[in-house]
Design a protein around this ligand. Structure first.
Ligand code: SAM
Ligand code: DTB
Ligand code: SF4
Length: 317
């Protein structure tokens, strides 16, 4: 992490060139299927019921509304559709059945399906897997030490338990965190170490730069220095050679050059589409132009699997 910047990027590139398609970028699309009124108190989150933010609450969306978006995402070039719900944990009964049916329908459209629905027990994870969900996103968010400064309503252990249930069901784990919440550099190491020490390591690691939303306790916080952010990405790449490292929230505040540095440091996935869950994301046309100008191309899921298989056989770095 603290190597001279040039050496750090060089090492990250060595790992990246060996284990990943150096020109491939995975494009994922996010859809908020149930928005706001979340009982958890995550200090960064505009959807928490504890804070008064711009977010308009919305009940679980109809299946057809979600499928329309999935179709549009596929036409726009996305190969993975991720559905997010502002739930503390997956509810039992009708809402979950509705989610399962929607997951099956999106899978039937030949896209990879990812869900992020909060905490999950083993049985629910199995049901999601059966319905065709191949990836589950649940973030550790920050280091174990800094975590209580950000969330009081559930523990680090709760999160690890959900990740364990996801693994047991044979669903890929997507877990990462947020940088720029006031944590120290040691906390950033701490988060990366926790993620890298998961066995097996996460399949994908979203690295979010905090989007400071008015009304949340982190309102008005200054953006983390981009060079520090890039160091974290490079370290994530070195520690987790086979994971997709996703440059997630915060891209609207980054220049093209800053994003290019992130790709150079080993990021190889982004969210495509002008909205994340509730906040803005760059325009699709701008993103596709950036990739084209850098000579990078969208990575399809088959291609990603092939590269993962090959790197599985490669010697560890
Ligand atoms: N409720 C579910 C959960 O917490 O797992 C799913 C959705 S939650 C919004 C997914 C992730 O988005 C959080 O874990 C957090 O890392 C990220 N996130 C939320 N608000 C953010 C913000 N303002 N800036 C950056 N990342 C954010
Ligand atoms: C993740 O780590 N980042 C995405 C995804 N997982 C679900 C969400 C970012 C949300 C940013 C704030 C919002 O738009 O509400
Ligand atoms: Fe709820 Fe997830 Fe937001 Fe936390 S991050 S308040 S659990 S929606």
């Amino acid at each position: 992490y603290e190597l001279p910047f040039t050496t750090l990027i060089f090492q990250a590139q060595q790992v990246h060139q060996k284990h990943q398609d150096p020109a491939g970028v995975q494009l994922c699309t996010l859809k908020s299927i149930k928005t706001g009124s979340c009982p958890e108190d995550c200090a960064y989150c505009p959807q928490s019921a504890h804070y008064n933010t711009f977010v308009e609450k919305e009940k679980l969306l109809e299946r057809e509304t979600i499928l329309d978006d999935a179709r549009q995402a596929r036409e726009g070039g996305a190969t993975r559709f991720c559905m997010g719900a502002a739930w503390s944990s997956v509810p039992e009964g009708a809402p979950f059945q509705h989610v399962l049916e929607t997951v099956s329908a999106v899978r039937g459209m030949d896209m990879e399906v990812c869900c992020t629905l909060g905490m999950l027990n083993e049985e629910q994870a199995m049901q999601l897997k059966q319905a065709g969900c191949s990836v589950y996103n649940h973030n550790l968010d920050t280091s174990r030490d800094f975590y209580p400064e950000i969330i009081s309503t559930r523990t680090y252990e709760d999160r690890l338990e959900t990740l364990g249930n996801v693994r047991k069901a044979g669903i890929e784990v997507c877990s990462g965190g947020i940088l720029g919440m006031g944590e120290s550099r040691e906390d950033r190491f701490g988060l990366l170490m926790e993620l890298a020490n998961l066995e097996p390591q996460p399949d994908s690691v979203p690295i979010n730069s905090l989007v400071p939303v008015d009304g949340t306790p982190l309102e008005g916080r200054a953006t983390l220095d981009i060079l520090e952010f890039v160091r974290a990405i490079a370290t994530a790449r070195i520690l987790m050679p086979k994971a997709m490292v996703r440059l997630s929230a915060g891209r609207t505040e980054m220049s093209r050059e800053s994003q290019a540095l992130c790709f150079l440091a080993g990021a190889n996935s982004i969210f495509l589409g002008d909205k994340l869950l509730t906040t803005a994301n760059p325009e699709t046309t701008e993103d596709l132009r950036l990739l084209e100008d850098l000579g990078l191309h969208p990575l399809d899921p088959e291609e990603a699997r092939r590269i993962h298989r090959e790197s599985e056989e490669a010697k560890p770095v």
